[in-house]
Design a protein around this ligand. Structure first.
Ligand code: PMP
Length: 384
């Protein structure tokens, strides 16, 4: 049987990983600045994480959601304490798409409405409502087509005000990424987010912050929108939450009535998922990873800004987009093949993404910066 062809693959077979490093079947070591697409938050196979999950599996790995699970409450409390959202409630599920699907559904339940404002370049996942709110017709099947989604340019206050005038009374939600990831690392401006939040309040729509990629400390705050004082009604998270274990969640404002039975999913909040997420939070706290993401990330961005051929450096903390004066595919290939460094692409062909583990140090960062600069210098010389 053939495997379904999901993604273009790196021609590498990782068999072992530790911290920011991955080894292939031939023992070659790679520096991982991609983190399995922003998933690896506390580093590969962190010893505390491995122990927590292994011990839990010895005791009990799974029972259905029909029993009491104090681990879920423990996770909700820890997440509340570290994120500052202790008055919100937590719905646990398994992926970023599922979290957004449920957030959109809750917004529709709550308002009784069905229109949603989303943004150009947005990626929210591949399930029906999430993919409909994703700005990529290539991944929308006919069954996902709907005229309920209005796509607006990010950070365009006039376009937002006009859309609110036209559709405000039918609007269930506005969904926006804390930092737009797949689209090429674009920040919603603080003034824009504030206006969006106020607009939602005015027309009775809910503000959904998709923190699937930008959350869990990556931006240098627990959630990227916390660089502003905006408080969304719903916050979705996944990726870094489980450091590789599939676990996701929706934080729900106390103002939203989420009735029993509205949401559900078999694997959501299972014992292993809860301990994986708890272990991530414990390591984030013990190792001060949000602070590290801020400090190391700012330093990396400053250095990148002075490199030849770099047009723009965007992002916050360790969610970094480097826009080059040329397509980045060849440069990423060289980084991988000549220097053993994984980096990420984006839907903008000139923008390369860095999404390393949050405990990456100055030493690993320097290895990358030197390699990157030398490739860029060579490319510049070749172009003369
Ligand atoms: N939202 C954002 C911002 C994402 O970057 C992604 C994944 N790239 C998703 C949602 C979907 O997450 P998942 O693949 O876990 O469904």
């Amino acid at each position: 049987m053939n495997l379904f062809d999901v993604y273009p693959l790196f021609d590498i077979t990782p068999v072992k990983a530790q911290g920011a490093y991955v080894w292939d079947e031939n023992g070659k070591r790679y520096l991982d600045l991609y983190g399995g697409h922003a998933v690896i938050s506390i580093g590969h196979s962190h010893p505390h994480y491995v122990k927590r999950i292994a011990r839990q599996l010895y005791d009990i790995g799974f029972y259905s959601n029909s029993v009491k699970m104090p681990l879920q409450q423990e996770l909700a409390e820890k997440l509340g304490a570290l994120s500052g959202y202790h008055d919100y409630s937590l719905f646990l599920c398994n992926s970023g798409a599922e979290a957004n699907e449920n957030a959109l559904k809750l917004a529709s339940f709550h308002t009784g409405r069905k229109k949603v404002i989303a943004f150009k370049g947005a990626f929210h996942g591949r399930t029906s409502a999430a993919v409909a709110a994703t700005d990529d017709p290539k991944i929308q099947a006919p069954i996902n087509e709907t005229d309920n989604i209005i796509f607006l340019p990010l950070n365009d206050l006039n376009a937002f005000a006009n859309a609110l005038n036209e559709h405000g009374q039918e609007l269930a939600a506005v969904i926006v990424e804390g930092i737009q990831g797949v689209g090429g690392v674009h920040m919603p401006e603080a003034t824009f987010l504030k206006a969006v939040s106020a607009g939602c309040e005015k027309v009775g729509a809910l503000l959904i912050l998709d923190e699937v990629q930008s959350g869990f400390g990556r931006s240098g705050k627990f959630f990227a929108h916390q660089h502003t004082d905006v408080k969304p009604h719903l916050i979705t998270m996944a990726k870094g939450m489980g450091n590789g274990f599939p676990v996701a969640g929706v934080l729900i404002s106390p103002a939203i009535e989420a009735k029993h039975g509205m949401l559900g999913t078999t694997f959501g909040g299972n014992y292993l998922a809860c301990v994986a997420a708890l272990a991530v939070l414990e390591v984030m706290e013990q190792e001060n990873l949000t602070e590290n993401a801020k400090n190391i990330g700012n330093w990396i961005m400053d250095v990148l800004r002075h490199m030849p051929g770099v047009k723009d450096v965007r992002g916050k903390g360790l969610m970094i987009g480097v826009e080059l004066n040329q397509p980045c595919a060849g440069i990423r290939k060289q980084l991988l093949e000549e220097y053993g460094i994984f980096t990420g692409s984006s839907s903008d062909k000139n923008t390369l993404r860095l999404l390393p583990p949050l405990n990456i140090g100055a030493r690993e960062s320097k290895v990358f910066l030197e390699a990157f600069e030398s490739i860029l210098l060579k490319a510049e010389l070749a172009a003369v």
